[in-house]
Write a protein that binds this ligand. Structure first.
Ligand code: UN1
Length: 499
């Protein structure tokens, strides 16, 4: 598939791609595929104003009707799944299967959100006063800014946007500067759905193209009620306090340092497949990628050689080619970070298998690597950091309590798992004294979560929850109502106050 064919299939023609200052390259060969115009701070202000105006109208549209728009977006995504999936692969370098999977996540969350649009339920509450009714209602909150990262350029937008739209909130999307084309292509899909819908207000779904300054304008604006940001811990530390200072609402999905505990009773066949998918999938550039493997000492010498032999045969190369399982890193900086981490691991006594750059003569401007397995004597500082690259640190354990303590002894708390067929061990791992992550799995890897559950994690991961379960509440304001239908005015707490 040529790069031009991929761009053409999503309707991005040369006239839209050649006029600006933002250079967009493909990590497949490092070549430039677009020069996009960027929004100025004034443009962002206008975009926010349009979103605020759209809110005035959209909040009055009944929830199920808002759901109809999201149903149409899901339909359009089904029609354009192949084209958008290929663009995801071209722009961020993940393999085509994973690009298609990402679009499937968008479709799935649209289906979910359509159901939610008819279930924006509140509570009825027992009042302590006679002749009084209490209830809780949920109302639209306001414009929602969605800041996304290069590695999942479209699905996290949709986890947020599908819910925000059914909840009555307009959306403003600032994609990563590394992957703006997937956002523009998605916006075209949304516009098709809006045209079919008929009377969606102008400005209901907008895209901001730009860098840090554009992001700052969004996070600082009091007219942006919700900021949902996916990215590094560093980014979260910049965004969180700005939104908190104006008492805005923030949903943060930041770094992970996800581990797997492999117990002696584990089904190693399953474990090997899960480890390889989670550690090398998306070239180790998922926030849910497996980064730490904590293996019981009795099976260490069986598991690690098996992994090394699978790693030795991994097909690495053009992510658009059928047989490939590992595409390139996003850019030179990512490669530098990976090599730096491997050097630090070596200095800490780690034994590094793999990790070298490959295909450099064919693609001097692209960064393909052999995924690395690093046998570590202990969980040193570099292991406790998230390096966005395919590095799997492997460590031994003897007692499960010790493995869980080590598992939790990192700043991040996104995803985790245990491989074991011993129910005492698996239940302990999922208990209050087990994994401290937002996601904890048994006999499946830490990545590839379904949309039906709430997605996010604790500690440095930021505490936000997106996607399924009751995450929709993050996009609405809760109102407590007390209605007195009696002819008296009894006060709560038994207070007498005669005038
Ligand atoms: C991310 O890497 O930012 O669970 C999101 C997963 C995907 C989402 C990853 N559903 O791996």
């Amino acid at each position: 598939m040529s790069h031009a064919t991929v761009l053409d299939a999503v309707g991005l023609g040369p006239s839209e791609l050649g006029e600006g200052t933002l250079s967009v390259t493909t990590p497949i060969d490092g070549s430039e595929i677009a020069l996009l115009g960027e929004h100025s701070a004034d443009d962002v202000e206008e975009i926010i104003t349009r979103a605020a105006t759209a809110f005035e109208a959209w909040r009055q549209v009944p929830g199920p009707r808002r759901g109809e728009l999201v149903r149409l977006i899901g339909e359009e995504l089904r029609t354009h799944k192949e084209a958008l999936g290929a663009l995801v692969a071209l722009e961020c370098g993940k393999i085509l299967q994973e690009g298609l999977g990402e679009v499937q996540e968008m479709i799935d969350i649209c289906d979910f959100a359509v159901g939610v649009s008819r279930q924006l339920y509140g509570l009825t509450i027992a009042s302590e006063r006679p002749g009084h009714a209490m209830r809780e209602t949920w109302h639209p909150l306001g414009a929602c800014a969605i800041i996304t990262a290069f590695n999942f350029p479209v699905a996290p937008w949709c986890w947020n946007a599908a819910l925000a739209l059914v909840c009555g909130d307009p959306v403003v999307w600032k994609p990563s500067e590394k992957t703006p084309l997937t956002a523009l292509a998605t916006q075209k899909i949304v516009e098709r759905a809006m045209a079919r819908f008929g009377d969606a207000p102008e400005g209901l779904s907008q895209v901001v193209i730009g860098g840090v300054e554009a992001g700052k304008a969004l996070t600082a604006s009091p007219d942006v009620a919700i900021v949902s940001a996916t990215g590094s811990v560093r980014m979260g530390r910049a965004v969180g306090p700005v939104v908190a200072a104006r008492f805005g609402r923030c949903i943060l999905e930041l770094g992970g340092n996800n581990a797997m505990v492999v117990a002696p009773s584990a089904d190693l066949e399953l474990a090997v497949r899960a480890i390889v998918f989670s550690a090398v999938g998306t070239a180790g550039q998922r926030c849910t990628s497996l980064r730490r493997l904590i293996v019981h000492e009795d099976i260490y010498d069986e598991l690690v050689p098996r992994l090394r032999s699978v790693y030795a045969g991994l097909p690495i190369g053009d992510p658009l080619a059928d047989e490939i399982l590992v595409g390139p890193l996003i850019d030179a900086q990512a490669h530098h970070n990976m090599q730096d981490a491997l050097d630090r691991a070596r200095a800490d006594g780690g034994i590094v298998h793999g990790g070298e750059r490959i295909l450099a003569s064919e693609h001097p401007d692209a960064f393909y690597v052999n995924p690395a397995i690093v046998e570590m004597p202990s969980q040193t500082e570099i292991v406790r950091e998230e390096t966005f690259a395919p590095i799997l640190y492997v460590m031994r354990y003897r007692e499960l309590d010790e493995a869980i303590a080590q598992h939790n002894d990192v700043p991040q708390g996104l995803s985790s798992c245990i491989f074991s067929t011993d129910v005492r061990e698996t239940e302990q791992f999922l208990s209050a004294v087990g994994s401290d992550c937002g996601i904890a799995n048994v006999n499946i890897g830490p990545s590839g979560a379904e949309i039906g559950g709430a997605f996010g994690g604790e500690k440095d991961t930021g505490g936000g929850r997106e996607s399924g379960s009751d995450a929709w509440r993050g996009y609405m304001r809760r109102q407590t109502n007390t209605v007195n239908y009696s002819r008296e005015l009894p006060l709560a707490q038994g207070i007498t106050f005669e005038i």
